[in-house]
Design a protein around this ligand. Sequence first.
Ligand code: PYC
Length: 314
Amino acid sequence: MNARRVRVIDSHTGGEPTRVVVSGGPDLGPGPLTERLRIFREQHDDFRSAVVNEPRGSDVIVGALLCQPLDKSCAAGVIFFNNVGYLGMCGHGTIGLMVTLAHLGRIGVGEHRLETPVGVVTARLEAENHVTIRNVASYRLRKDAEVKLPDGSKVRGDVAWGGNWFFLIQDHGKELSLDRVDELTDFTWTIRQALPQQGITGKDGAEIDHIELFAPSKLAGVQSKNFVLCPGKAYDRSPCGTGTSAKLACLFADGKLKPGEVWRQESIVGSVFEGSVELIGDQIFPHIRGSAWVNAEAELILDARDPFRMGIRR
Ligand code: PYC
């Protein structure tokens, strides 16, 4: 059989899946991860689709291509991707990657550095599969931006960076519950499409590709519950590491969160991340704590005769 074989390890972080490509991925050369990401996107995008898209994947899976780090102080390099493209950083994916590296025996309990296309993040592996990541510097770019929706209504939200660009909405009139995900998906997708049409972007015109709704959590000791729409229209089953980072940046900017104070963020499926911020000079670095579980080891078979071996691409 003429087939390419790709070794992957699957995990989930608070219900959100991560598929780490351990071997069999494309050769992206030895350059910086920004350059390797460019080569991945331009020359091997079919591989991205093969790993995460149907028929062997699904819209929900986030892929993580394990790379040799350029910075030798890092335990690994990683490029995250999804059903429609690439992610600068991924919080739940980093927690999943750490637990996967431990499963492979490549790291032990303690602090490790990881290279991503948007910078180095550090992550501490603790007992019982708990991981705390120290994310890239996060900030709010714009407060209370107004978006007009096609039905004539308006919503207001903050634009913030947490490793990806988010539009964060507190007042939306929606009930955040799992049985409402279709309605929440339609609503946030409408907002996502309206943002570029109304010139609302991240820094330097970057597209805002994650929309986040908030409501109070009913769980004891948990401040907030969210619904996060991801770039390819799937919703995040975890509280979203980069989305929680963006939220922490907004809370800090509003004077509602002091450095070191704990903020607990519940996801739409009920999983919880613990977050806090570290202030260095005028920059804030979010810390996000969650746990992940390895749930499959597999070899993907890309059979040359299979017309859908590279996935169904949209
Ligand atoms: O945890 O940062 C995250 C994330 C981004 C998209 C899905 N999960």
